[in-house]
Structures are given as C-alpha cells and as structure tokens.
Ligand binder design. Structure first.
Ligand code: 2IT
Length: 445
C-alpha cells in the first residue's frame, strides 16, 4: 500500500479537515511496515476502510437561554470503528468543535481503546456549545436537547459516550437523566456517571493517574523515578488535576498549570489545597487561571503565554490538541527536558515530535499515555454489566496494570536497534494489529 496515495485521496475527499489528516498520517506512516508484512490486511482493504468512520450523525441542538432567547448549536456523534467492541469515546463541548476535530479524536480513540485490551471500538462526539459563562440551567437545557437526538444512536451494547473537554460529571448527569427518561432504562449507556447511580470509583482521577503511571514506567526504563523531578503541566481541568495529584504523590514538584488566558508559575509546587483549588477554578465556568496567582503568594501569572518556556525535567501537555509546537519543543530541549508525555489528545504537533525524536528525548503520545481514562470507563461498563461496584483499590490496581501493559506493548513494537523507544510507532502498531485482525476476521462489512 502507498501511504501517500491514501492520504492524498483522503485530503481530496475531505478538504479542510487538517486535524483529521494529521492524525491519520501519523498512524499510517508508522504502521506501513507491519501492514505490508501481512498481505491479508491489504487483501481485505483494511486501511481504506479504517480511515473512514463507519457513520457520522450530525444534528441541530436548539435550546433556550436564561433570557428567553432561542439558541442553536450543532451536535455530532462519529461512530468510527466497531471491530473490537461497542463504539466508545467522549463528548466534547467547546466552540472550536467541528468534524475535523471529532474525526481526529474518533480515529485516535480506535487505537487507544485497542491498547487498553478491553473490548471497545472507537467513537467521539460533541458540540460547538460553549459552556463558558453559561448558567447551570442553561447547561441542563442544552444537555437535554442534545440527548433528545443522540439517544436514538447510542446504547450500552452499541455506543457508550463519556466526557471530554467541557463535559464533566455535571453534564454526564444531565445527559444521563434525559437518556433514562427517553429509553425507560437504567443502563450503562454513559460512563463518568456519579457514584450513586452507576459510576466507578477512580474514573475522575483515571486519565491523570494513568498518565503518571505510564510516565513512571518510561522513567523506570532509565532506572529513574518521579522523585524530585520538576514537572510542567498545561491545562487546569480534570486531566491536569489528576496528573498533578498523582505526580505530587510520587514525589515530583508540579510548577505550572495553564488556561486560555496564560499560565501559572508556582515554584513552591502545586500541591495540597492548591490542587483542590483547580476544581474551584473549573467550577467557576470562566475558563481562566489568573485568580490562582491572586490566591497563592509566591506564584505568578504569565499572561498569554504557554508553560513550555519554564525549565523543567518533565513536560506534560494536559489541555488540547497541538498545544506544544516545534518552537516549544526546541525551548524545552534547550532547557534540558528529559521526558515529554501527552496526557491531552495529540498534544504535540508533528514538528515537536520530530524534535523529540531527533534529540532522543523520551516522548510518548496521548493515545498511549492518556488511555487510563477510557480504560477506567471500560471498567465502569464491566461493573455496570455485573451490577456491582469494585472498591477504590480494586479499580486503581486494574488501571495500574493496564497502563503497565500498554507501556510494555509500546516498547515491544517501538524499540529501535539502539535501544531508543519510539512510543508513537509502538502505540500505533500495537493498537492497529488487534483492530486490523478483527476486521479481517469479520469479513467485508
Ligand atoms: O479522550 C478520551 O479518551 C476521553 N475523553 C475518555 C473517553 C471515555 O469514553 O472515557
């Protein structure tokens, strides 16, 4: 197969969808060898089929704001690939949401979910709704209207959405309430649910915790640990919160968080009540971090900048796609960064990744590092099916062993002759093989 041809065809068919093209390109370039070594894949047209979603639903979401004005947003669900299980992936509510972004996220989700070893296909959805500044009633009305369309297409054995940027426990509650009313069923159709109504312990922490468990494994390959390391984190939402909590527990000092307004530098370390304060910042619905600097003496707010200019040992993008570019990577490398791990989805641009590879910096992509979130969603689905709840230690242990296994798989398929691990290749090949084999086994559907 010719990666170039498939990509050219894709760009022709779907013009103006750069994030989608970027995600597909990265995967195809790294699986080319293993694809060509297995003629059964080409015979079954696996790649041509894999790069197109199974189906996409787009719908109108009309709702009324607190002033009585009619508002109209766009809603989407991309059911990308269901070869190894029901479609699974989050919902993102953010004004930038469009089909390119949801197709990139859905495509990444296929390989990420495969890596978890749990039976989940890839999907993603969301809306261009902007939660910033909206009242709780407005968020509820929006979620209810969104679910009024979405519920037709999802189900516990069909497609199981969860949260992503802009969708947390509160939104999952409103969405779930409406689904339950429409379907007249109390089932595990969403994950990230509240603990009293089918949720799993450790799901809120899981993406950040899993990311740090992965980083711990990366460091262990160098006989090193998080103890005493200086860490920069971007974002201040659920993922950043969980990562800061676990990194701090393991002896690291987290010195930054960030928002659309700029970043916070706190040389004393973001720990204890400062980590709790991240939840208040998020709950204020303003999408800014500046108030942190006013609250905690010794920290400062750097307006309009990203945290990658701070000298650290470890950098962890935890916000959104393409948030760390080639110039940022060069700055980090000049400052002697030793490890970069994306806990956001596709946090680094291709130029940044090329810099890390060129300088043999340990670097791992989101689909491996942040898989703990969806893995724990998978564990929530299992508990829902069994109609019982595991305790905190049981879930955390399972999450931990899943992350260790994902790391092992990355090393197995990504280790180069000189010992350097290409985690991008490792994650893509390991994730791809399982899905590709399942597609071949199931025939042309
Ligand atoms: O990007 C992700 O993996 C998520 N937003 C979580 C998806 C899930 O179904 O838990």
């Amino acid at each position: 197969m010719k990666v170039k041809e498939i990509l050219a065809e894709l760009e022709k068919k779907h013009p103006g969808e750069p994030e989608y093209h970027q995600a597909v390109k990265e995967v195809l370039e790294t699986i080319e060898d293993v694809y060509n070594e297995n003629p059964r894949f080409a015979k079954a047209g696996v790649l041509q089929r894999l790069v197109e979603p199974d189906r996409i639903f787009t719908f109108k979401v009309p709702w009324m704001d607190d002033k009585g004005n009619v508002q109209v947003n766009l809603g989407y669900r991309v059911q990308f690939n269901g070869a190894i299980g029901p479609y699974k992936g989050g919902l993102r509510f953010h004004p930038t949401v469009n089909l390119s972004i949801l197709k990139f996220l859905g495509f990444e989700q296929i390989f990420k979910n495969s890596l978890t070893s749990l039976p989940m296909g890839g999907g993603k959805g969301g809306s261009d709704f902007d939660p910033k500044g909206k009242s709780e009633n407005e968020v509820m009305r929006f979620c209810q209207s969104f679910m009024l369309e979405l519920w037709k297409h999802i189900g516990p054995e069909t497609d199981v959405p969860a949260g992503d940027i802009g969708v947390g426990g509160r939104e999952i509650g409103f969405l779930y309430g409406m689904y339950k009313k429409l379907a007249a069923e109390h089932t595990g159709v969403l994950t990230g649910k509240g603990l009293n109504w089918g949720g799993s312990l450790v799901r809120p922490e899981a993406t950040g915790f899993g990311g740090i468990y992965f980083v711990k494994e990366m460091l262990a390959t160098k006989n090193d640990s998080l103890q005493g390391k200086k860490v920069s984190i971007s974002g201040f939402g659920n993922v950043a919160w969980g990562a800061a909590l676990k990194a701090t527990q393991l002896g690291a000092t987290v010195v930054t968080i960030s928002g659309p307004d700029g970043y916070i530098y706190d040389p004393a370390g973001i720990s204890g009540e400062k980590i709790d304060y991240m939840l208040d910042l998020r709950a204020s619905n303003q999408d800014i971090v500046e108030p942190y600097a006013k609250k905690f003496a010794g920290s400062k707010f750097v307006k309009g900048k990203r945290p990658w200019e701070v000298k650290v040992d470890i950098a962890l993008p935890c916000a959104t796609q393409n948030e760390l570019n080639g110039a940022d990577a060069q700055t980090l490398i000049a400052n002697k960064v030793m490890l970069v791990a994306e806990i956001s989805n596709m946090g680094c641009t291709p130029e940044a990744i090329a810099e890390f590879h060129k300088h043999k910096i340990q670097y791992a992509p989101g689909k491996a590092v942040n898989a703990g979130g969806v893995a724990t969603s998978g564990l929530e689905m299992t508990q829902n099916s069994m109609k019982l709840n595991w305790n905190k230690d049981e879930v955390d242990e399972k999450l931990h062993s899943i992350m260790v296994n994902i790391h092992d798989a990355c090393v197995r398929y990504g280790k180069r002759a000189d010992g350097y691990v290409d985690y991008v290749k490792g994650a893509n090949v390991a994730g791809f093989l399982k899905v590709a084999n399942a597609m071949v086994d199931q025939g042309l559907v």
